[in-house]
Design a binder for this molecule. Structure first.
Ligand SMILES: [Zn+2]
Length: 291
């Protein structure tokens, strides 16, 4: 009798330990990073989903509900989630907010004349070295919130970081093989600065750092002139943007539009339904267009 009681107790306690930690990530790419580190021990919900644009996103009541009952809320920071404070207040969220870019030295944004106005580029997930730091932040936060699975979080983070480092090295070698004058790419909005910074690719975005403002006719003309002058042939729209203007630019310059790049959100389906898949897909598409 006593042994049955002991088994029951053990079962009950293991059941309560097995309940995953409820966490929320602000957008799909970050949600995947948290999932990689958390594994089976976390239940990740994301606010801005696959294919959605975080710059212009608006919370629905169902989104606010996701935050109630969550222990941790992972956000990118660097101004990416302009709606963050409003959402936290509207959801009356009392849990911890983890900014995964905390302590980063972000890329400064420059205007047309090369001046920085103190604004920073939030799209840090396009540099694998930044993602390594994000994984450390995520791992530390999960370990602090759920010490009973600290070893698992550490192991997951270490394995994931090893894969990220390999991918980064492979990608660096591939881009290094292309002459530097040829590494010029046109995109919809200014989301790939970190990718450019890491692998010495020059990006010519049609829109600024956010997707809010449409480019003017003058900005379009400047870009078209630049493309003709520099003979830029690699042109990409993004999964979160309307491809119409990019297609128009390609028509006027005779460039060919490549497959949509995944800039600020994952895809619903493979291959770009994880950070790793997204990164591999984007860099392979760009490499093909440049070769
Ligand atoms: Zn963006």
């Amino acid at each position: 009798m006593r042994s049955i009681f002991a088994v029951m107790c053990l079962l009950l306690s293991s059941l309560s330990f097995a309940a995953p930690l409820k966490v929320v990530a602000s957008f799909s790419i970050l949600g995947n990073l948290v999932q990689e580190v958390g594994g089976d021990h976390v239940q990740v919900t994301t606010l801005v989903g696959p294919g959605e644009d975080a710059h212009v996103w608006q919370a629905k009541p169902a989104d606010l509900k996701k935050l109630s009952g969550a222990s941790l809320f992972f956000v990118n920071g660097l101004g990416f989630e302009g709606w963050l404070k409003r959402v936290e207040q509207a959801a009356a969220y009392k849990g911890k907010v983890i900014t995964v870019t905390k302590g980063f030295k972000p890329l400064a944004l420059e205007d047309d004349h090369g001046h920085s106005h103190g604004k920073t580029d939030p799209h840090a997930w396009h540099d694998p070295r930044a993602v390594l730091l994000m994984v450390d932040q995520i791992s530390a936060a999960l370990q602090a919130a759920d010490a009973s699975h600290a070893a698992a979080y550490q192991a997951n983070a270490a394995a994931f970081k090893a894969k990220i480092t390999q991918l980064d090295q492979r990608t660096a070698a591939a881009f290094a093989a292309i002459p530097s004058g040829k590494k010029k790419v046109v995109t919809s909005h200014d989301a790939l600065g970190y990718l450019g910074h890491r692998y010495a690719i020059e990006f010519f975005p049609l829109q600024g750092i956010s997707t809010e403002a449409e480019p003017s006719a003058k900005e379009m003309a400047v870009l078209i002139r630049q493309m003709r002058k520099s003979q830029i042939k690699a042109v990409f729209a993004e999964n979160i943007s309307n491809p119409k203007l990019i297609e128009q630019i390609a028509r006027e310059t005779g460039a060919k539009v490549g497959p949509a790049i995944y800039s600020d959100a994952l895809a619903k389906q493979a291959p770009a339904n994880s950070w790793m898949g997204l990164f591999e897909y984007n860099t392979q598409a760009i490499l093909r267009a440049l070769q």
